[in-house]
Design a binder for this molecule. Structure first.
Ligand SMILES: *[C@@H]1O[C@H](CO)[C@@H](O)[C@H](O)[C@H]1NC(C)=O
Ligand SMILES: *[C@@H]1O[C@H](CO)[C@@H](O)[C@H](O)[C@H]1NC(C)=O
Ligand SMILES: *[C@@H]1O[C@H](CO)[C@@H](O)[C@H](O)[C@H]1NC(C)=O
Ligand SMILES: *[C@@H]1O[C@H](CO)[C@@H](O)[C@H](O)[C@H]1NC(C)=O
Ligand SMILES: *[C@@H]1O[C@H](CO)[C@@H](O)[C@H](O)[C@H]1NC(C)=O
Length: 469
């Protein structure tokens, strides 16, 4: 007789303690709003734990069978159901793909939230600011240079000038909604074309064709395209006269690419931050990084994220082998439940567009602050949690809207009237309100990664604000 009561009591206690944690969090959030600083009470762990259980629920709701298992306030394991067909064989490690993936959610929040404030295009101001930027780093971005350093800077400038803007041509928060379109063959199972085209900007990958034949599956709008060095040969065919599409090279530049660029009118830049080794393999991650550095909401299409997938396919060619779908699937699901991306796929196509179980920007900001605070405390560095906490190197540049735009002075006739100016000399006043606000909040500072995936080694370049100019 007493048994049910006994079991009810702890439940009530648990409920009360959950409520208590909630109200502590609320109070903390409010007081940090008013004082602008963190309260002395250490709430980092309750805030992160709350974020974790939200993540767990989100994975359960959206993961199509994936489950999240909490280890502590930072670490989580994403598990595929027993019996999942893990058919991709890793030749290198002689194993089938594992069914479990461990992630440090605190690190992931810090890393991916940082991208929202980042510049991901290589600029002249970056090379000028970074120690040995020209001598060392520039040389790494040029293939067939014949030397491992830029002993002759003029020579390196000759290679890079065509693709090197003076300062960032794009801005954090420039667009509200962006679509990142992968190349997966399962795009042919859906008709996302119109939905994709309704975005403020569309980012595509390598040689993905855009034409009437595939329009209903992948749309027709083209704004950005990330390409690797090998793509130079057939680029002109892929672009098919679309002069506006911005090309962003996510590898190195070389003579052939420069020769090709001289024949087209499209703006071309180099991606900054390509030394990467992260959860999911493949080129899709860089498209997401690029998107986050410009867009509030990132919708992904054509990534292989559904269960029961057997092989690497592309929507425009015959299937090939050699991809690792489980690792990618788990990581993309983590990113969705961290509020980084929104996944669209055949198995999610009929789902109501309800994102209520994905954390809000406010919740992410709080978790971000807690993760940063905790990390600094563990490293024995108190204080200084402002937006420049990770700036290792500082540089200076001219005010927004002045200085040379892209390209060298000896542009070909084709390129002389190219479409660079659509973005590069866009007046500050024409930027979206959120982008202008961010620029002012950042005091005109652009953040760049020094090396691929490191969090706390940024190159920060200060631009005088209009009034100081
Ligand atoms: C697992 O996938 C392989 C390759 O696609 C297939 O041959 C096999 O039948 C699948 N096994 C199960 C149990 O679905
Ligand atoms: C540096 O490179 C430029 C351009 O290729 C060349 O004209 C110049 O002679 C080179 N300078 C030296 C010292 O080799
Ligand atoms: C590269 O461009 C910069 C800025 O426009 C210019 O000062 C420099 O002379 C150019 N270098 C070469 C080798 O063309
Ligand atoms: C190139 O674009 C035109 C229309 O702009 C289209 O008719 C043609 O099919 C396209 N060619 C290829 C190879 O996609
Ligand atoms: C990002 O920028 C915002 C201002 O728009 C700033 O408040 C925030 O601290 C920055 N976050 C990071 C991680 O740099």
């Amino acid at each position: 007789m007493t048994r049910p009561r006994l079991s009810r009591k702890p439940a009530l206690v648990r409920l009360l303690s959950v409520a208590a944690v909630f109200s502590i969090i609320l109070i903390a959030i409010q007081s940090s709003f008013f004082t602008g600083s963190w309260t002395p009470v250490n709430l980092d762990i309750p805030i992160l734990s709350h974020f974790q259980s939200n993540l767990q629920q989100c994975v359960a709701n959206r993961g199509l069978g994936l489950t999240a298992h909490i280890i502590d306030h930072c670490n989580v394991i994403l598990k595929f159901p027993q019996g999942t067909n893990s058919t991709w064989y890793n030749e290198q490690f002689k194993i089938f793909e594992p069914l479990e993936y461990k992630y440090d959610v605190c690190e992931a929040i810090l890393l991916w939230e940082q991208y929202r404030n980042m510049t991901t295009v290589l600029t002249r101001e970056y090379l000028d600011s970074r120690p040995d930027g020209w001598f060392d780093y520039a040389a790494k971005r040029i293939a067939q240079l014949g030397a491992d350093k830029c002993y002759n800077q003029t020579l390196c400038e000759e290679h890079l000038n065509l693709t090197l803007p003076a300062k960032p041509p794009f801005h954090p928060r420039q667009f509200r909604r962006c679509a990142v379109v992968g190349n997966s063959g399962d795009l042919l199972k859906t008709q996302f074309g119109e939905e994709i085209d309704s975005h403020d900007a569309v980012i595509r990958d390598n040689e993905a064709p855009v034409n009437e034949k595939y329009a209903k599956h992948v749309g027709l709008k083209r704004d950005f395209r990330l390409v690797v060095r090998g793509a130079a040969g057939n680029m002109i065919k892929i672009l098919n006269g679309s002069d506006d599409e911005v090309l962003i090279i996510k590898s190195v530049i070389h003579r052939d690419f420069n020769a090709m660029i001289k024949k087209i009118r499209n703006p071309v830049y180099l991606f900054q931050g390509i030394v990467l080794r992260r959860g999911a393999k493949g080129t899709g991650m860089k498209s997401i990084e690029l998107a986050l550095s410009m867009c509030d909401i990132v919708d992904i299409y054509g990534f292989t994220v559904d269960p029961g997938y057997t092989e690497w396919t592309r929507y425009f060619s015959t299937p090939r082998k050699g991809h690792n779908p489980l690792q990618g699937r788990a990581y993309y699901q983590l990113l969705e439940c961290l509020g980084v991306i929104r996944i669209h796929s055949p198995m999610r196509a009929k789902r109501k567009q309800d994102w209520s179980d994905v954390p809000s920007q406010e919740m992410i900001s709080n978790a971000h602050r807690a993760a940063l605070h905790l990390k600094k405390k563990q490293a024995g560095e108190e204080g200084g949690l402002g937006q420049f906490v990770n700036c290792k190197v500082w540089g200076k540049s001219g005010p927004y809207g002045t200085g040379p735009v892209s390209g060298s002075t000896d542009m070909t006739d084709t390129r002389k009237d190219s479409n660079y100016n659509r973005w590069e000399i866009m007046p500050f006043e024409s930027l979206r309100k959120e982008a202008r606000k961010h620029y002012m909040q950042m005091e005109g500072v652009s953040l760049y990664k020094m090396d691929g995936n490191k969090l706390d080694d940024l190159v920060c370049v200060k631009h005088p604000l209009k009034s100081e100019a």
